[in-house]
Write a protein of this length. Sequence first.
Length: 326
Amino acid sequence: MGNSGEKRKGYRKIVTTEGKVFYSKDSGLAAYMWRHKALYLMLLPGLLYFIMFRYVPMGGLVIAFKNYSPFQGIWGSPWVGFDNFKQFFSNQDFLILLRNTLGISLLQLVLYFPAPIILSLLLNEIRHSWYKRTVQTFIYIPHFVSWVIVASLSYQLFNTNDGLINMLVKAATGETIPILSSGKYFWGLIVGQDIWKETGYGTIIYLAALAGVDQEMYEAARVDGAGRWQMMWNITLPAIKSTVIIMLILRVGSILNTGYEQIFLMRNDLNVAFAEVFDTFIYTRGIQNAQYSFSTAAGMFKSIVGMIMVLGANYTAKKAGESGIY
């Protein structure tokens, strides 16, 4: 419409790389969405999923502030305010739950979180594509093994009667190690299972980030005489730094979420003092004992802490000059 520099009502200003100014008719959000209706249509199933199964159920959190009874319903149950939260925080098991949950989460953060990064860097150094694909296939397989199978394998390997590992230990030392029945080994056992099962699958996102690295940077580094370790440190790691930070922020946000199924399958009466975490506690109180309001309050506490941790970690990353998750 011309190159006038004045803003015109109903039109969107466009500035070209040469500095010229043009105005295009602003058709509005509705027209824009209609013009890209195919993309929004593909977005619809995922949007409906999150609305129906993520946001609508959040309305049930109100029972954390009520003495919920299935016979009276959500709105008919009496309001008790923060009584359920007071009961939860004053519960004699709260500090034990906090210790066990944080202990497992921090071990996962220190030992498990770096494992996919290290493995991705190693895979990236493999130059034979067929060998690299074969290795990737084998390390992805454990992710698709259910926790029930993982628990069964653990019992077969570590039980003190005829477990393969304990039989080898007994042959070497004359004694067995009560890995499955002693609480002091429980946290290490859980983290070890996580590393074995999920490390390979966790490399996918980092390998995807590495695929976008400009290969000319490696060629230029070789010309300058850089070795493979120097290229990894100065090219490869900076290339995936933003991805690592985003994954770290998300991991910090789930610091109170250790998972239910894995720990429930591995705990027993002998190691329960180190195996009871928030997830199993909520299941026991909410499902087995039908204390719905109390368990909802405990779950809400977990969610609030997770949200605060994500916001705090993201804020810290932004202050440090990184992109963060938003």
